[in-house]
Structure formats: structure tokens, C-alpha cells
Design a protein around this ligand. Structure first.
Ligand code: ADP
Ligand code: MG
Length: 371
């Protein structure tokens, strides 16, 4: 592969109080307009108390979706039901794109592989289109047709095993993003070969995080933290205008044990691909869930994790998976051709490197920061 070739209120009746220069206004409370004003005040007080109680009673909510814990934290008053709206949007995406849901778009496309085009929801179509973009850009290091490999290895599904080499070689020809055909007129998808199957594990959570952000923005919420199992989006600025501090997970410790943190300003996604998410071990070798489509085995390089910061979570998700597969040198090359994408690389010798635009602070002295 030659990676140098990357393609690149209230209206008030008022009178001026005191002298002409007075800078403030006073509400005219003559008898004939006192009643409507009082009603307005009561009305607004009710709304404010309502919003405050919403905020105080439920600053965040966690639910399980997309096979992971998803937490939405609001830093601004949210209307009643906003969490329900966000989570039903996330579930809508799960129902479209999960391979574990037989009626999902993805399951239907897979079922009809080699047989016919299947019309899909525009969300699904957008994700397929973007997945193909990254597959092309990375010469297949990111490949949404890894489904047969995921099934063969069963990692994270309770039936994990090391498949015989012959079985891996048999499915390798099915891992080929260029055999996905899109019909942009009808939002239809066709997989050219029978046995091919799509898997959106490397990109769908990111899309769902972006979709959650859209629901919040439409509801007028400008400050929030979205965390879909580690796919993070920081919406707007924190109330005190300090930067967001996002912890970087320790690869071998329990959840929320961090090795350092990144400071983000606003409207940024941060997504991690790591060997510690889903894996099994045999004879002291770890087999994890990020596959090298070129050989059919879990990607074997010196990464423990790759963290990508980008403008959308869908992009950060695909890029983190891709960079993980590509390795450091080619990964850096890919990040150079993508605008507004930064990364943190955590290596198995416990060294950490970042690209130039990352504000990272190391807090765990068993790791070394090598920039
Ligand atoms: P996670 O989903 O655990 O946060 P990733 O975003 O790196 O981590 O995605 C890993 C998932 O992506 C795998 O579980 C699998 O479903 C899918 N996948 C694995 N290898 C590839 C690959 N080379 N290209 C695209 N998707 C992949
Ligand atoms: Mg990913």
C-alpha cells in the first residue's frame, strides 16, 4: 500500500424612570394593565421553576443502548422528556444498524447479499456512504464488510475461538468494501457476493452520538456531554467556560481509571479504539475485536489504544478504528490528510504520543509521554 497516495421575553409597556439619561426602565403598573402583567410573571415563574426542577432532579441519565452504557449529561435546563427523546433516537439508530436485530437494515442487507438491492433508511444510507469513504481513504484498513470475520471469531459474543487458518482464508475474499453497491436514487444497498456481511461496530456508535447531539441542539440545549460507551461528544462550552477535561481510560484497569486527560474547548468528538474493549485470551495471547482485513486476524501492532478527536463522532469513530489497524506511521500519514483530526496513541511499552493539536496531561507515572 502506498499511503502517500491518500485521496485526499416579554414585551413591557414602560416609561423612563427619572431623568432622560437614566439607563434603566421601570414597568408601568397602572391599574388597567396590572392583571396581565401579573399573569405573565406567574407564567414565567412556573416555567423557570419547572426547568430548574428538571435540571436539579436529573442532571444526567444513563441507559443501555447499542450494547453499551450511554450517558447524557445536561449542563443547561432541558425540557421534560428530553432524555426520552435522545434515547429513543439512539435506539432508532440501533434498530436500523445492529447486526443482532434481525429486522435491522443491516441484517436485511446481509440476508440478501448476492441476491438483491435492499432499500434502507436514510440514516443507514448515510453511514454506509461514510464507511465506504473511509474504506477507500484507508485502502480497506477500515472496511465495513468485516462481518464474516466478526462471526468467525465470535469475539465479544460468548463463542469466541481461534478459527483454523483455512476458515479465515475462506472468508477473506468476502471482506471487500468495493463489492458494496449503492443506489443513491432509492437509498438501496447491494452486496455483490453471497456470504458478504456488513458490520457497523466501528462507526455506528459515533453516528448515534452525533444524532444525540442534533436532538439536543434542536431542543435548544447548547451545553451537554454525550458519552456512548466511550464515544464522547462535548457540546458547547462548560458553564464556567473552562475547558472540558476528558479522562483517557487506563488500558488494563477498571472502567474510569484514567492515565491522563485531554482538554477540549467545544463541539468536539473523542473516540477510542482499544485492545481492552472486547477480547479473549488463549495461551497468554490476547485476541481483540479490531481486525486487519488484509489477513483476517486481530490487528497485531504495538498499540494498546488509539484516541481520535474530530468534529463529528462518526468520523472520529471510523478514523480511530482505521488508525488502529494502520499502525503508528501510516496512521499519522492518514491523520495528515484529514482536516481537524488529532490523535493520542497509547503503546504497549507504556509510552504515549499525540499529534500536535492535542492538549494532553499525563497523570499516571507508569506511562511516559514522549512528544
Ligand atoms: P468500540 O466499538 O469497541 O468502541 P471500535 O470503534 O474500534 O471500538 O470498533 C470495533 C468494532 O468495529 C469491532 O467490534 C467490529 O464490529 C468492527 N471492526 C473490527 N475491525 C474493523 C475494521 N478493520 N474495519 C471496520 N470495522 C471493524
Ligand atoms: Mg471505531
Amino acid at each position: 500500500m502506498d499511503f502517500k497516495l491518500f485521496p485526499k421575553l416579554l414585551t413591557q409597556r414602560h416609561r423612563t424612570c427619572g431623568s432622560r439619561d437614566a439607563k434603566f426602565l421601570r414597568v408601568n403598573i397602572s391599574n388597567n394593565n396590572f392583571a396581565p402583567l401579573r399573569l405573565c410573571v406567574i407564567y414565567f415563574a412556573i416555567i423557570i421553576i419547572f426547568f430548574i426542577s428538571c435540571k436539579l432532579s436529573e442532571p444526567y441519565r444513563t441507559e443501555t443502548a447499542l450494547g453499551t452504557a450511554c450517558t447524557i449529561t445536561l449542563y443547561e435546563y432541558g425540557r421534560a422528556g428530553i432524555y426520552n427523546e435522545v434515547f429513543s433516537r439512539i435506539r432508532e439508530i440501533e434498530n436500523l444498524m445492529s447486526v443482532n436485530i434481525p429486522a435491522s437494515d443491516i441484517s436485511r442487507v446481509n440476508l440478501y447479499a448476492g441476491k438483491s438491492y435492499i432499500q434502507v433508511h436514510e440514516d443507514t444510507f448515510k453511514v454506509i456512504d461514510r464507511a465506504i469513504f473511509y474504506a477507500c481513504l484507508t485502502y480497506g484498513a477500515f472496511d465495513p464488510t468485516v462481518g464474516p470475520l466478526i462471526n468467525l471469531w465470535g469475539i465479544g459474543k460468548g463463542n469466541a475461538r481461534i478459527p483454523p487458518r483455512g476458515e479465515i482464508e475462506q472468508v477473506l475474499p468476502l471482506i471487500n468494501w468495493s463489492n458494496i453497491v449503492l443506489d443513491f436514487n432509492t437509498n438501496s444497498v447491494f452486496l455483490k457476493q453471497e456470504g458478504m456481511s456488513l458490520d457497523f461496530g466501528g462507526i455506528a456508535k459515533g453516528y448515534a452520538a452525533d444524532a444525540a447531539v442534533e436532538v439536543l441542539k434542536k431542543a435548544g440545549i447548547n451545553r451537554a456531554l454525550i458519552n456512548l460507551g466511550g464515544d464522547i461528544f462535548v457540546l458547547g462550552e462548560k458553564p464556567d467556560r473552562s475547558s472540558w477535561r476528558i479522562g483517557i481510560q487506563h488500558p488494563f484497569e477498571e472502567r474510569n481509571v484514567t492515565i491522563g486527560y485531554v482538554q477540549l474547548q467545544k463541539d468536539k468528538a473523542l473516540v477510542t479504539s482499544g485492545i481492552y474493549e472486547r477480547f479473549f485470551e488463549k495461551d497468554e495471547i490476547r485476541y481483540h475485536h479490531i481486525f486487519n482485513p488484509a489477513n483476517g486476524y486481530p490487528t497485531n501492532n504495538d498499540f494498546l489504544s488509539v484516541i481520535v478527536i474530530a468534529d463529528t463522532a462518526m468520523d472520529a469513530d471510523a478514523i480511530s478504528t482505521a488508525v488502529f489497524v494502520l499502525g503508528y506511521e501510516k496512521g499519522i500519514e492518514l491523520l495528515r490528510v484529514i482536516q481537524n483530526a488529532e490523535a493520542i496513541f497509547v503503546f504497549n511499552d507504556h509510552s504515549i504520543r499525540t499529534t500536535s493539536g492535542v492538549n494532553f496531561t499525563l497523570t499516571d507515572n507508569t506511562f511516559t509521554f514522549k512528544n
